[in-house]
Design a protein around this ligand. Sequence first.
Ligand code: PLP
Length: 331
Amino acid sequence: VLPHRSKEYEAIYHRAAKKCEDLFYTKYRVFIGTHSGSGMQETGIRNLVQKDVLCCINGAFSKRWHEVAVANGKQADKLEAEWGKAIEPDQLREALNKKHYEAVTIVHNETSTGCESPVKDLCAVVQEVSPDTLVMVDAVSSLAGTKVEMDAWGIDFLLTSSQKCLALPPGISLAGTNDRALEKAKTVENRGWYFDLILMEDYRIKNTTAMTSAVNMVYGLDFQLDRIFEEGLENRFARHAAMSKRVYDWSLEHGMEPFADPRYLSKTVATVKNTIGMDISKLNAFLLERGMRIANGYGSLKNQTFRIATMGETQMEDVEELLAYIEEFMK
Ligand SMILES: *Cc1c(COP(=O)(O)O)cnc(C)c1O
């Protein structure tokens, strides 16, 4: 393992960080954190909010972001939609007209429900009603699997983890951050130390981190980003969309249906309503013997839904094989 304070490592760090900018569709910067994605939720809250934040909540991970804000002593208001539904632009417009917020938090792809929120339209609402409000987006289970255009949509802070669509081991996270967000951070008190974006920026411009980097994971990131760009981002997005569509179509052919609002179906985690009452634990035991595994529904959706990951390096052949096994189990 190279020392993190070495020219050789700095070159690798720089390469990986530059490729991340293309992945995020940003001309600004992407921080590489030595912690999972939830740490970036906390980073956003601590740096971009002094007091008032609006948290859009439509599932478990958006709910968590609100909990993170409250735990950090922020005045965090909730804007809620039923699980499986998206936050609608009109709903956000109404909330922003009532009160001024420093920032809004939105989860792009709710992994708990398989619902992809219309982030581009939500960003447009923020720009229309309250242009100085910063937009923070969690794209942990969608970035690198679905197009999320940070600069073009107007996202100020965009985060993801290594272990979902990037198909890397868990352990690091990424956060695209624009200049406006950094300027705001300079004015916010009690940003803490470990998650201080200003400290991170001082080191990032020197191609390193203030603390010890997750050196091995950054090698992996650099390598995997080459694979991703070799496939081509558009091809990768199309592959994810086709695999999830296959699962949704299959569910309809077998007396089930997608769980989320049909207008906002996730392309990376196909969530199906278990209307035929399959025993999901038994199904998973059956699949495990065949080298595969799906996810049960999240929290209160357990057994009522099941989730099939159509992300990362999963290929259509894998999806076909999995669906054939599920059909065998159903028989
Ligand atoms: C998995 C997930 C998280 C949590 O990320 P960690 O890397 O486990 O901290 C947050 N948001 C979404 C949407 C997720 O899918």
